[in-house]
Design a protein around this ligand. Structure first.
Ligand SMILES: [Zn+2]
Length: 198
């Protein structure tokens, strides 16, 4: 299967591969979360390459004059709502498990819709309130995409670890969940995770 993954703001990475495992820190109660997806590149002959896709999601938005964050982009409310609707429509259309019509399709729309949340510090206007002008501007936190390509199982494990301020390696819950799923059918990856080579 062909995949095209976003990398940074503009770039993307395209390859033939299989999705090995996914995990997410989204528990339905959080406004910012991380998604991890691990792919294996196919058609490489004897070399095994892996692609790790790290996605930082956010549904938080701020006042146009807020200084809460530098990682947000200005958007007109009307354009933002239209773009969100279109994204949901595309996600539903691209999902092969959703039937062409009926209540399941409506349910799919509802589950793929992520309502944006106003920042509680700068308190912007409610973008879903009909009284809010389509032409007013808010600052929208952007999803962030990172692609890491590695040619070894050990590289996958290393890239899933973070380092705390003391230099100690750690695995987040989400990274651990991804590895636990991915090693089920992949003994080489299990070995790389469990055995430290000196
Ligand atoms: Zn704010």
């Amino acid at each position: 299967m062909k995949f095209r993954l976003k990398d940074g703001e503009r770039a993307s990475v395209e390859f033939d591969g299989v999705l090995l495992a996914s995990s997410s820190s989204d528990d339905g109660k959080t406004w910012r979360w991380t998604e991890l997806h691990l792919y294996r590149v196919t058609g490489d002959g004897p070399i095994t390459r892996y692609v790790l896709h790290k996605i930082g999601r956010s549904v938080v938005y701020h006042r146009a004059d807020s200084r809460c964050t530098r990682q947000a982009k200005a958007a007109k409310v009307g354009e933002l709502l239209r773009a969100d609707d279109q994204a949901v429509e595309e996600a539903v259309a691209a999902d092969p498990t959703v039937p062409p019509d009926g209540p399941e399709r409506i349910q799919a729309y509802l589950t793929k819709m992520a309502e944006r949340v106003p920042c509680s510090y700068c308190n912007p206007a409610d973008i879903y309130d009909p009284d809010t002008s389509d032409d007013s501007t808010v600052l929208v936190e952007q999803d962030r995409f990172t692609v890491v390509v590695t040619d070894s199982e050990r590289g996958v494990v290393e890239n899933l670890h973070g380092k705390d301020e003391h230099g100690t390696l750690f695995l987040t819950k989400t990274a651990r969940a991804l590895l636990e799923r991915a090693v089920v059918d992949n003994p080489a990856l299990r070995e790389a995770w469990e055995v430290r080579v000196l």
